[in-house]
Design a binder for this molecule. Structure first.
Ligand SMILES: [Ca+2]
Length: 320
């Protein structure tokens, strides 16, 4: 019996892994056959337009499917992780260095997509649902970096200043070159995983920040709000275990990350939490570091947080 159960699991593992591998290579062939990388041959036939997918669309579809498979087959997590990294490398190689922030000379690439007012021309004069839809069109083409890379980027690049990473909640600083021990500092999902930050949303850099692991655990999945009688307090952040109040320096950043998440993934923010976040957005306006972070995130995942570029859009949306 024991033998049967073991081999049953092995067969399942092999089946899932084989499916992933086949999916990858079929997709890989399709990317290579795409117009950007086409090597003309006599046997090549132009795919019908109705079936043709852009390499970016295909990449996104593959990543979404892998996320789904990962949830169904947690026993294959290691293989899936490797496969995802391979696909990221393949994508950069075949389609272009959209996810590589460094040029051939090792110099950081400054985001070359339009930003600022030009990019938002179509949003002028819009509000509420029409503005949300217009902004979604600008941000929904992003390329997921995957979860491991997201963690590496937060600790090694986006929020690393001269080798130091600061917890967004407590202000505690840690000298580190990359992802530290998970019991020391880890990734804060401003929009909690248990409330919908799954799949590509779990890896979306616009709402991920470095946090002291203990403080992160204490925040849990509590909504943001003002705390009158704190049961825990550190570095300016506090909680009464019902709501979590973010320290002043991070308030606006967190609020704008939440607004981005709401329009990107069509997720609703409760009225009470939204009222708090709108106050925090005003209280802690966008600064140079936040603008730079937005540019850097664009380099990695190819979209921007519109509310960092255009803080005035927050006032144009009455209900996130
Ligand atoms: Ca700030």
């Amino acid at each position: 019996m024991r033998h049967q159960s073991v081999s049953g699991k092995t067969v399942l593992d092999r089946f899932v892994f084989l499916s992933l591998a086949v999916m990858f290579f079929v997709s890989a062939s399709a990317v290579f056959a795409g117009p950007n990388t086409l090597r003309e041959t006599k046997t090549y036939k132009q795919p019908k337009q109705t079936n043709a997918k852009s390499p970016i669309a295909l990449y996104k579809q593959i990543m979404l499917r892998i996320d789904e498979i990962e949830q169904r087959a947690p026993q294959c997590q290691t293989e899936i992780f490797g496969l995802r990294e391979d696909i990221n490398q393949f994508y950069s190689f075949a389609v272009g260095d959209l996810t590589d922030p460094v040029d051939k000379n090792g110099k950081p690439i400054v985001a070359d997509l339009q930003k600022g007012n030009d990019m938002y021309d179509n949003c002028q004069g819009l509000n509420d649902e029409s503005l949300k839809r217009a902004l979604l069109k600008l941000v929904n083409n992003h390329i997921s970096v995957g979860y491991q890379r997201a963690q590496d980027l937060v600790f090694g690049d986006l929020d690393n200043r001269d080798g130091w990473v600061e917890c967004v909640y407590t202000g505690r600083k840690l000298k580190t070159a990359g992802e530290p021990s998970a019991t020391n500092m880890n990734i804060e999902h401003s929009w909690p995983q248990s409330k919908g930050a799954q799949g590509i949303a779990k890896c979306d850099l616009h709402h991920l920040f470095p946090a002291d692991s203990k403080a992160n655990g204490i925040r849990g999945n509590n909504p943001f709000g003002f705390v009158l009688n704190p049961s825990w307090e550190q570095g300016g952040s506090k909680t009464d275990r019902d709501v979590f109040e973010v320290r002043k320096e991070q308030r606006g950043n967190t609020a704008r990350g939440m607004f981005y998440f709401s329009i990107r993934y069509n997720m609703h923010i409760s009225d009470a939490e939204e009222a708090t976040l709108k106050k925090w957005h005003k209280e802690d306006p966008v600064d140079e570091n936040e603008k730079k972070r937005n540019d850097r995130v664009q380099n990695f995942q190819n979209n921007r947080n519109p509310f960092v570029d255009r803080p005035d859009f927050v006032d144009m949306i009455s209900d996130f």
